[in-house]
Design a protein around this ligand. Structure first.
Ligand SMILES: C[S@@+](CC[C@H](N)C(=O)[O-])C[C@H]1O[C@@H](n2cnc3c(N)ncnc32)[C@H](O)[C@@H]1O
Length: 285
């Protein structure tokens, strides 16, 4: 990028709109991602950046271009195993009356996480049960992809078992489209995790994976505080493999009771921890 002022202005914009931190040293990345947008407008990079101040549409494109959307099917595998083997049986036991589960894929990217969960629920929920997966993200481009439910060959090659491809997808041109039966269970919503969570209801399991890493400590803490009432008393929160509450202030780390399921740390509301299923080993916060 030609001037550090332009970089500072883009980095401030991304921080204001997403809370993501783009530190100095990331100039090359910003430049690589914004150059095509500037070129599409017939502008140089600096002119383009100056235009952002009064062009909301382009600001949205910049946010879309600078979010990191890396994801895959059944990412890391073990959280999905823990979901099927321990969380789901416990929830089936406790939701006999309503026979309904609500799951939140917070920061869903292009939807692989939400649809991986949908496949498991499709396979493991007994007849007569229903479920809703709410998939949220700040990137409108990603949300369109979740709605479309279409994936390239390269994307389906990343973690999707062949049996699931056959069972849940149809070929559309060179892409693969996920079945309507799963798509209709996924509610797609635009949501900034750093802003208030309004009208979402409460969830049995929250997947908040591989997004806290992009925020500074105060934002992470604020998000984890506001996640507490979003989770059912006996629900589960899952973080990414490099994310934890252990480095949080004592009151927050204590509010999220860490409970190990096999190799997977899950987090539960401490206020409800005393009444939890005895088969799961609590390691404390
Ligand atoms: C690396 S992806 C993680 C996707 C998925 N959870 C996974 O683990 O595979 C991070 C996602 O967080 C989203 N994101 C970044 N800042 C956000 C914010 N403030 N609010 C909501 N989503 C955000 C990005 O758009 C991106 O899709």
């Amino acid at each position: 990028m030609t001037t550090s002022t332009a970089f500072a202005s883009v980095s401030a914009l991304v921080r204001r709109e997403t809370s993501m931190v783009y530190d100095e040293g990331k100039e090359y990345l910003v430049e690589a991602r914004l150059n095509p947008l500037a070129a599409a407008r017939g502008l140089g990079l600096e002119e383009y950046v100056a235009r952002l101040a009064f062009d909301a549409d382009e600001r949205r494109k910049v946010v879309d271009a600078l979010t990191i959307n890396e994801t895959s099917w059944f990412r890391d595998h073990t959280p999905y195993q823990a979901f099927t083997d321990a969380m789901l049986p416990a929830l089936l036991e406790r939701r006999q009356i309503t026979r309904r589960l609500r799951i939140w894929s917070a920061a869903c990217s292009s939807g692989q996480e939400a649809y991986s969960i949908a496949m498991l629920l499709d396979q493991h929920l007994p007849p007569g049960w229903s479920y809703e997966i709410v998939a949220t993200d700040i990137s409108t481009a990603m949300l369109e992809r979740v709605r479309a439910g279409r994936y390239s060959q390269v994307e389906v090659n990343r973690g999707l078992p062949a049996t699931s491809l056959v069972r849940y997808f149809t070929r559309v041109g060179r892409d693969w489209e996920i079945t309507e039966r799963l798509r209709e269970r996924v509610t797609v919503k635009h949501l900034n995790l750093a802003a208030p969570y309004v009208g979402l209801g409460s969830f049995d399991v929250i997947w908040l994976r591989n997004v806290l890493i992009y925020f500074e400590a105060a934002t992470k803490q604020d998000i984890l505080r506001r996640m507490l009432p979003m989770l059912a008393d006996d629900g589960y929160l899952l973080l990414g493999s490099s994310e934890t509450t252990l480095d949080m202030p004592a009151d927050l780390a204590a509010a999220w009771q860490r409970e190990q399921i096999g190799r997977v740390p899950t987090y539960r509301r401490a206020s409800a921890a005393r009444s939890l299923t005895p088969s799961l080993t609590s390691t404390g916060a």
